[in-house]
Design a protein around this ligand. Structure first.
Ligand code: NAP
Length: 522
């Protein structure tokens, strides 16, 4: 485009979430063949993933490899944090102040600050007095941590905590898991990718990626059009048994109405509850681990490797933070309402100030002194999750009110970036200096987001999806859609004039890898 580009990055290197989240067991629960760039066929062909679900070190190695291959590092200032961002109305320029003292002036500003990048503060009193090692999953040290013989406490049982527990339990002296809300988690059944499968994927990669862009989540996995109760009970049971055995997020593709029909949802939830009771030997522990009171998949679904089995180990205990809440961290452990548990290491896997946290940590002022914190006073608002009125030429990647948390982030990012590039080209092609959505277009978009979200079961759970994991945070909602009209592929395919691929045309491709690691289209 003939423009110069400079990126500032708080981390010491590339990788984003995979740079920071180095905790034991960290891996992505979107399949590696989906969770990777699609913009370059050379990159897709040259890189070979080793497992169905890639580990954090492998994804970080991939990010580094792409950065080297495209010589991207020279465009970055690492270890640099934006602190103040302000729009100069007269010059139509954004100034970006940083903690290094450097101020950048730019015409177009892309906020790729991440929806899950601002760790939630540990709200338990006393952490500063703890004499042992206090670790946070989201900012894990780069050096290995020695757990041998140590008494470890783990706070949090979301996706991160569920990945940490089995790995740390196998290494430490004793592990106490502090659980507040039990999560539904499904077996990942991760495995190595065999060369034949890789060869089939690579042979059809461009088509498979195009297909993925036209799905709800941005991944090639089965999607059903059949409502739960349209299928006979015996067949439903067989499908669920099969999904449990095959692992991964197969359940999400079994029935079309899981997130809209509360009764259907409850049947699937009850199936998973039954599995917990089968796996966990101590009935009292099994009951505590059993999620109740919110729909399955209304909180971000978790994938695990031997999470429930971990509670059958003699060196693992579960502490129920609802019946016996944590009161404080002491110099040598954690005090709950009824007891004191001595610990050498505490791991906080307590989540994020999601979707808006990273943007609001920066003092952002738009046209006529409009403050972002004011614009989002009652929850995040945007047009398409990409732009906001009053903030000209400021673009967000994976922004709040876009598909954000519900999509494969890599593909979504690519779709967002392509949109932004075309937008800038449009401005320059017509000699226009700036653009922003009108307040009416933002209102219309927000009404559409609301209309899509309301009939779903998502609002029935307390989750970072809506901001309810942070006390006092106004509630928002990411874009939810029963079908997939405004999701990445739809927009991209239409805008680019690609012929929309029809299922019939794709089936021969999908058949090549059918029922292998769940990477297929039905
Ligand atoms: P999370 O899902 O928000 O879980 C945080 C956990 O900490 C919850 O169990 C929460 O309990 C608990 N917690 C917070 N404060 C607490 C307190 N004071 N006392 C006791 N418990 C407390 O955060 P996360 O596990 O980091 O995951 C966030 C998101 O990152 C995921 O949903 C996913 O999108 C992404 N992620 C993905 C992967 C993957 O791909 N495999 C792995 C990790 C993360 P309450 O629920 O009761 O508040």
């Amino acid at each position: 485009m003939g423009l110069s580009l400079h990126a500032i990055e708080q981390g010491g290197d590339v990788g984003g979430t995979w740079y920071w989240n180095r905790y034991p067991g960290a891996r992505c629960d979107v399949m590696s063949i989906d969770y990777s760039y699609s913009f370059s066929n050379e990159i897709m062909q040259e890189w070979t993933w080793s497992e169905v679900f890639a580990t954090q070190p492998e994804i970080l190695a991939y990010a580094n490899w792409v950065a080297d291959r495209l010589d991207l590092r020279r465009s970055y200032s690492f270890d640099t944090c934006a602190t103040v961002i302000a729009y100069d109305d007269e010059r139509e320029i954004w100034s970006v102040g940083t903690d290094t003292g450097t101020v950048y002036e730019v015409k177009y500003l892309v906020m790729a600050t991440g929806p899950l990048s601002m760790p939630k503060a540990l709200d338990t009193p006393g952490s500063e007095r703890f004499g042992g090692l206090l670790l946070q999953a989201q900012t894990w040290p780069h050096e290995p941590v020695d757990f041998a013989g140590k008494r470890v406490g783990l706070i949090g049982t979301g996706s991160s905590g569920i990945q940490i527990a089995p790995v740390v339990a196998a290494q430490c002296g004793h592990l106490t898991v502090f659980q507040r809300t039990p999560s539904f988690t499904l077996p990942a059944r991760n495995q190595p990718l065999d060369p034949e499968f890789i060869a089939q994927i690579k042979a059809h990669y461009p088509h498979l990626r195009e297909m993925a862009k036209n799905t709800f989540t941005g991944g090639i996995r089965p999607v059903s059009t059949r409502p739960f109760f349209s299928i006979p009970a015996e067949e439903r049971r067989k499908l669920m048994d099969q999904a449990w055995e095959e692992g991964a997020l197969r359940f999400l593709g079994l029935f079309s109405d899981l997130l809209f029909d509360a009764e259907a949802n409850e049947c699937v939830a009850e199936y998973v509850r039954g599995k917990i009771a089968e796996i966990v030997e101590d009935p009292a522990t099994a009951e505590l681990l059993t999620p109740r009171g919110y729909p399955i998949f209304a909180r971000r679904p978790c994938l695990d490797t031997n999470y429930y089995e971990t509670f059958n180990r003699p060196n693992v205990a579960l502490s129920d933070c609802i019946g016996d809440p944590i009161e404080e961290i002491t110099p040598d452990g954690i005090r709950t309402r009824t007891r004191h548990i001595e610990l050498d290491i505490i791991i906080a896997a307590n989540g994020y100030d999601a979707l808006t946290g990273a943007m609001l940590a920066i003092n952002v002022t738009g046209r006529n002194g409009a403050r972002l914190s004011e614009h989002w006073r009652n929850g995040p608002r945007s047009h398409l999750g990409l732009m906001m009125p009053g903030f000209p030429n400021l673009f967000m990647v994976a922004g709040a009110n876009g598909p954000s948390a519900l999509a494969n982030f890599i593909l979504l990012n690519e779709q967002n970036v392509d949109w932004i590039v075309r937008c800038i080209e449009h401005l320059r092609g017509r000699g226009l200096s700036a653009m922003e959505p009108t307040p009416e277009s933002e209102d219309r978009w927000m009404a559409q987001v609301q209309a899509l979200a309301e009939p779903s079961l998502y609002p029935r759970a307390n989750t970072w999806y809506t901001g309810s994991n942070i006390e006092g945070k106004p509630r928002g909602i990411p874009l939810l859609s029963r079908r997939a009209p405004p999701l990445p592929g739809g927009m991209r395919s239409r805008d680019r004039g690609f012929p929309r691929l029809r299922v019939r045309e794709l089936n021969p491709i999908a058949a090549a890898c059918r029922f292998k690691h769940g990477a297929c289209l039905v």
